[in-house]
Design a protein around this ligand. Structure first.
Ligand code: AHM
Ligand code: MG
Length: 343
């Protein structure tokens, strides 16, 4: 029995161990990037604790403020924003942060130590779901500013998602899971053991199936979709080889994305004509689409607007919205073929 226990203990890999082991694959690494990931993991634990006891702590409900997207801000959004931003600011490894909750780029004050990293973050995505106990999440992307780079502050984030050096998300669901991806290290998931207060490796080397069987889309926008999008969705719902697809839509991006990543499938938030202010759909490039596109590609999947690879888009605006079609490679390629009118 004792031997069995020891065997299992040998297999426990904490996120900190994993990050430091991954760092060894990059001999020139200074440890700054590993430090940023560890800070994100720490912030995620704090947010997870608060999300878990949200109902009890009377923290739910709107603050009365409106964020830069014109949406009501939930108290948990504010809490998550503060935790992530303060921890990253104080670590001394970050130069600037773009967050869904801040209209402007968040710069590290001159009196604080600065690093080379640029962070994009949605501190608590899907937060309109918290009152119904539906999973919410954090999405993050990490870029490295070349030392000596002269980009003006407003140009700092005008870079394509392909320049990310790492990205990931945290899902506060039936358990809290943190998934991170790096170019050399692949994609790995860690489940928070609340009794240990540690993220433990639970999903090593995530690869998404080449083709899935799950369709995730909000069909309420069907009347406003392009005809090609309607035809593609009808195709997936019709009978045929590997069809009809199962329809699954939580309405919380990390939950929908994580399920499709693990099981295989396609998530779509295409452009729709319903809201003239949002001709490209609802999702934001820098802190929703690009980080998840990085994770998807590193896991063998794909992410596209229909005609453009998400990771190739250089934003004009830090809060820019893009259509997002993401998931199993062959499914996204089928959508692109419909989009071009080839099917
Ligand atoms: P948020 O950033 O305001 O939380 O909105 C983003 C969320 C995503 O989690 C989800 O994929 C999407 O909104 C759902 O939108 P809709 O209700 O239009 O389907
Ligand atoms: Mg969001």
């Amino acid at each position: 029995m004792a031997e069995e226990m020891n065997d299992r203990v040998d297999q426990i890999i904490s996120i900190e161990n994993h990050i430091h082991e991954t760092q060894k694959k990059v001999p020139e690494a200074s440890g700054q990037f590993s430090g940023v990931l560890c800070e994100i993991a720490l912030a995620a634990k704090i947010v997870s604790r608060e999300v878990r006891r949200a109902g009890l702590a009377d923290i739910l409900g709107v603050t009365g403020e409106v964020n830069v997207q014109g949406e009501a801000v939930k108290k948990l959004d504010v809490f998550a924003q503060t935790v992530f931003v303060e921890i990253l600011k104080r670590g001394g490894r970050v130069h600037a942060i773009v967050s869904e909750e801040s209209e402007e780029i968040i710069k590290i004050p001159g009196f604080m130590p600065h690093g080379h990293y640029l962070i994009t973050i949605d501190p608590l995505d899907g937060s309109s779901n918290t009152d119904a106990n539906i999973p919410v999440g954090t999405i993050f992307g990490i870029y490295r500013r070349t030392p000596g780079e002269l980009a003006e502050d407003e140009d700092l984030f005008h870079r394509p998602g392909s320049e990310q050096v790492g990205a990931g998300y945290v899902i506060y669901g039936s358990s809290t899971v943190l998934v991170y991806a790096t170019r050399l290290g692949g994609v790995h998931g860690f489940t928070l053991d609340p009794s240990l207060g540690e993220f433990i490796l639970s999903h090593p080397h995530i690869r998404t199936p080449e083709r899935g069987s799950i369709l995730s889309v909000n069909e309420g926008y069907r009347p406003w979709w392009k005809e090609n999008t309607r035809e593609y969705i009808d195709f997936l719902k019709s009978e045929g080889e590997n069809r009809p697809y199962l329809c699954r839509y939580v309405g919380s991006l990390v939950a929908d994305f994580h399920r499709d990543l693990v099981y295989g499938g396609i998530f779509l938030y295409p452009e729709n004509g319903k809201d003239p202010d949002q001709p490209h759909g609802k999702l934001r490039l820098l802190y929703e689409a690009a980080p998840l596109a990085f994770v998807a590609e590193e896991a063998g999947g794909k992410a596209s607007t229909g005609d453009t690879r998400i990771l190739d888009i250089v934003p004009d605006d830090i809060h820019q919205r893009v259509p997002l079609i993401i998931g199993s490679r062959l499914d996204v390629e089928d959508y692109e073929a419909y989009y071009r009118g080839e099917r």
